[in-house]
Design a binder for this molecule. Structure first.
Ligand code: NAD
Length: 479
């Protein structure tokens, strides 16, 4: 049992102003494995005040970029010796398999941070612009106090992709991890404390919707950077709009993998397994709709079905496990109900459906492939956020593009075709923030984010850094 009793506010470990706690449940064992203090609105006020003071009168925003980068590197240096401990905590906290995304999302943090630092070093912090009336210097000012709110499916990784550019930009931060996965972030808070940033530069508090809403609506917060679902994203957007302050919203998706008539199933299948079934199916960029030409439909259903039915479901701490439990009983029941409704609407279960035999404890769902799905059906339109994929036939490439774009989401996608030029041409017509040709990948040097209900703004690369900056035009008259 991991017990914490303090929040990290103003460079101090402080007791919350009321006595509430959040219990952390291991989704594989259904046992409580940890406990963190729950912040109240008064704690949110204190954390924002500390971040405000650190930004308005502290040294941090005025430090040279290199000094801020060095501080970020000290945080990573404090994390690295704790890698194995963090992997263990994360796997027990969210159930992501240790041999898959559970281990990877901790081990890849130093490379992620190096890539983000690379973008910052190449960034045009000041540019001269000549105009008809003289020359101006375009400077980049830190936006101010950032409220960072993160989902549970990548507690450390998703936090770092906000925290690092925010800090390098010169912002101060109030970070609220999800109530399902606060333990990894508490360990990060300890590493931040060890790295010796000026007091109040990063403040960490725990809580759920109430604390998140209080943070987003706080007038002392200048920008909200959010990763989570569309419903919370909308609420945050409303709160920010009321105060005319920006928000970055990294939300969900319903992305398509389009198999062209010359596409190779040996490429599509591993891409779908990785994107859609990695992290137990709880990934925003899941390729949860496979679109196959009608002439190759049976073959595609068979290939995806047999690969998915071979996935090993079980204890996420076993290195052989490929699929662990979903995050909560509520999420498991939601996914099972969606599959049941899909079947009632006419979908055929190729493999999976229901709970796996022999695993009575834990929030497991059998990896599931559904065929003969109507493209307008709920299962083909709504994000499942579980180990479920639908395979849908199309008639001609135009139809494939229409179906791929027929979604309220616009996060990701993939096109598979052996004629790589043609496949890239098709990929260019997909209206999403990211699309891969013959694979499923992300690139931490290129922007990550979505269109439509998948969100606003971007993370990674210079585009991600810009979210934490405001340009100022310094007009140098008389030169
Ligand atoms: P969620 O929206 O329920 O919660 C996310 C975070 O927001 C949590 O910290 C939660 O406490 C907080 N929160 C909830 N309601 C809030 C409100 N009204 N105001 C402020 N904060 C609030 O989402 P979740 O279940 O934790 O995560 C799953 C969702 O996240 C999926 O839709 C997934 O696709 C999405 N996601 C997106 C990305 C991306 O980068 N695009 C990455 C990972 C996950």
């Amino acid at each position: 049992m991991i017990q914490h009793s303090t929040l990290h506010i103003g460079g101090q470990w402080v007791s919350p102003q009321a006595g509430g706690f959040i219990d952390v449940v291991n989704p594989a064992t259904e046992q409580v494995i940890g406990r963190v203090p729950e912040a109240t609105a008064a704690d949110v006020d204190a954390a924002v005040a500390a971040a405000r003071t650190a930004f308005d009168t502290g040294a941090w925003p005025g430090l040279p970029v290199d000094a801020r980068i060095a501080a970020v590197q000290r945080i990573v240096a404090a994390l690295e010796p704790r890698t194995e401990e963090l992997v263990d905590v994360l796997v027990r906290e969210i159930g992501s398999p240790v041999g898959g995304k559970g281990g990877m999302q901790v081990r890849m943090v130093p490379t992620l941070v190096d890539t983000l630092i690379g973008a910052a070093r190449a960034f045009p912090w000041e540019e001269e612009r000549k105009g008809p009336f003289g020359t101006s210097v375009v400077r980049q000012l830190p936006i101010g106090v950032v409220g960072a709110i993160v989902s549970w499916n990548g507690p450390l990784f998703l936090t770092m992709q906000k925290l690092v550019p925010a800090l390098i930009a010169g912002c101060t931060v109030v970070l609220k991890p999800s109530p399902e996965a606060p333990l990894t972030v508490q360990a990060l808070a300890e590493c931040i404390a060890e790295a010796g940033l000026p007091p109040g530069t990063v403040n960490v508090l725990h809580g759920g919707t109430k604390a998140g809403a209080a943070l987003s609506a706080h007038p002392g917060v200048d920008l909200v950077s959010f990763t989570g679902g569309a419903a919370a994203g909308r609420a945050i957007g409303r709160a920010c709009g009321e105060q005319i302050k920006p928000c970055v919203l990294e939300l969900g998706g319903k992305s398509a993998a389009v198999l062209l008539d010359d596409g190779d199933l040996d490429r599509l299948v591993p891409a779908v397994l990785g994107a859609t079934f990695g992290n137990n199916g709880q990934q925003c960029y899941a390729l949860s709709r496979v679109l196959a030409p009608r002439s190759r439909y049976a073959e595609t259903v068979e290939a995806v079905g047999s690969a998915v039915s071979a996935l090993r479901v079980g204890d996420p701490l076993d290195p052989e496990t490929e699929i662990g439990p979903l995050i909560s009983v509520a999420q498991r029941d939601r996914v099972l109900a969606m599959v049941e409704r899909a079947v009632a609407e006419g979908a055929r279960v190729v493999t999976g459906g229901g709970r796996p035999p022999g695993l009575p404890v834990g929030y497991y769902v059998r990896p599931t492939v559904l065929a003969d799905v109507d493209h307008r059906a709920e299962i083909a339109q709504e994000e499942v956020f579980g180990p479920v994929v639908t395979v849908i036939p199309y008639d001609g490439e135009e139809h494939a593009i229409t179906l791929a774009n027929d979604s309220r989401y616009g996060l990701s996608g993939a096109v598979f075709g052996e004629d790589a030029r043609r496949a890239a041409g098709t990929a260019r017509r997909i209206r999403t923030g990211m699309v891969t040709v013959n694979g499923a990948t992300t690139n931490w040097a290129a922007p990550f984010g979505g269109l439509k209900d998948s969100g606003l703004g971007r993370e990674y690369g210079p585009e991600g850094l810009r979210m934490f900056l405001e340009p100022q035009s310094l007009h140098l008259t008389g030169n």
